[in-house]
Design a protein around this ligand. Structure first.
Ligand SMILES: [Zn+2]
Ligand SMILES: [Zn+2]
Ligand SMILES: [Zn+2]
Ligand SMILES: [Zn+2]
Length: 374
């Protein structure tokens, strides 16, 4: 986690409040906690190593990164047996001795890598773009290396994405708050934590980012991006009403700011639809999708994650709705069968999106079977 609390009593401090240790920048709610930490909390011994690592936030990022890599390697162990890294061509990393990972859409012997090698590559590519002042588009494309596989061009998922999130945050945490890249790294960390189902941790990262952006007077575009992430976390944490109301705000903000064809607007529409289905507001969901699904198909294409998700949500509204007719149910099952096949082809069978599809398809088939035998 990033450090938003007193190191002793966990009082919430955001990113700026509290009293800092003059040497290592560990933060406390006040002098009492600081004294206690030094005398009884072991800070007398840790202060020096923390300072040496670059301060409390960097120390914490390094530690969490190492743990996240270990988790990712362990989780991928069966898949990576006997393979080598496509970047350094070794099985074990020469310096860190870490093992390999792979959680993208690569198949066969392609795509195995060390998290360290992926991170090093992303760092170098982005630094080069910054140094040479290459345009925003090139910079964004290179930034994608923190989350997207360069071989299959699909996003990393699960614990590998989480390790990359920590890698990214650890790389840029030392930059000043006003540097946009620091905020981007925070987003990567939040996304990674969320991918590994650490939704509470992800929420506090996004919320800290939101507070920071608000304080710095960030553009509405940037604010909407973080609000969208916060709303997603509320949905994951079961706070459905809160999620839907924030999603609605983000969607209407995007619509006003960027128009109906912007990919950000379509992502927001998809998230809003998903939050409405969670509240079983089926009619509203369908009416939103009737407007936005054709645009997603046309602008993003049939194989885009957002288009596929929208079709999935639409099928949800059909089979979950108690008012659904037998024809609705059949349509839902057919849609889900097609979309599951497409998703498996695009993302690979191990992708969580595909696993989710398969589960939904099973549910829909059960509902249909039950109704047919009635
Ligand atoms: Zn305290
Ligand atoms: Zn200290
Ligand atoms: Zn390697
Ligand atoms: Zn790949």
């Amino acid at each position: 986690m990033i450090l938003t609390q007193c190191a002793v009593c966990a009082t919430e401090l955001g990113l700026t409040l509290g009293k800092k240790c003059g040497r290592c920048s560990t933060r406390y709610c006040g002098p009492e906690c600081q004294v206690q930490h030094w005398k009884e909390g072991g800070h007398d011994k840790l202060c020096k190593p923390i300072k040496k690592a670059g301060g409390a936030e960097q120390y914490c990022a390094n530690k969490n990164y190492a743990e996240a890599v270990a988790v990712a390697v362990e989780k991928c162990a069966d898949d990576t047996k006997g393979q080598t890294c496509f970047i350094c061509t070794q099985a074990l990393h020469w310096k860190t001795k870490e093992g390999l990972v792979r959680m993208c859409a690569c198949r066969g012997t392609a795509g195995f890598a060390h998290v360290s090698c992926l991170a090093e590559q992303a760092k170098i590519l982005f630094a080069e773009a910054e140094e040479n002042n290459l345009g925003v588009e090139v910079k964004n494309k290179r930034w994608d290396r923190w989350q997207t596989c360069s071989l299959c061009e699909q996003d990393y998922y699960g614990v590998v994405r989480c390790a990359l999130g920590w890698a990214c945050w650890k790389t840029y945490v030392g930059r000043p708050e006003t540097d946009q890249v620091r905020g981007m790294a925070m987003t990567e960390l939040g996304n990674g934590l969320s991918e590994a189902n650490h939704h509470e941790d992800a929420t506090s990262v996004y919320e800290a980012e939101l507070a920071m952006k608000r304080r710095l007077g960030a553009s509405e575009d940037h604010m909407l991006g973080v609000q969208n992430n916060v709303a997603n976390m509320y949905a994951h944490l079961g706070q459905r009403e809160k999620a839907a109301s924030l999603m609605r705000d983000v969607y209407s903000g995007r619509l006003r700011l960027s128009g109906e064809e912007s990919s950000n607007t379509l992502i927001a529409a998809c998230n809003y639809a998903s939050s409405l289905v969670n509240l079983q507001r089926f009619e509203e969901t369908r009416s939103l999708l009737r407007k936005t699904m054709p645009v997603a198909r046309r602008v993003l294409g049939e194989l885009h994650e957002v288009t596929i998700k929208m079709l999935w949500i639409h099928a949800d509204t059909l089979y979950q709705d108690p008012a659904a007719t037998l024809d609705d149910l059949r349509e839902a099952v057919i849609t889900l069968e097609n979309e599951t096949r497409t998703a498996r082809r695009v993302f690979g069978g191990a992708n969580p999106l595909v696993v989710g599809f398969e589960k939904t398809l099973r549910n829909a088939r059960n509902v249909l079977r039950a109704r047919e035998t009635q």
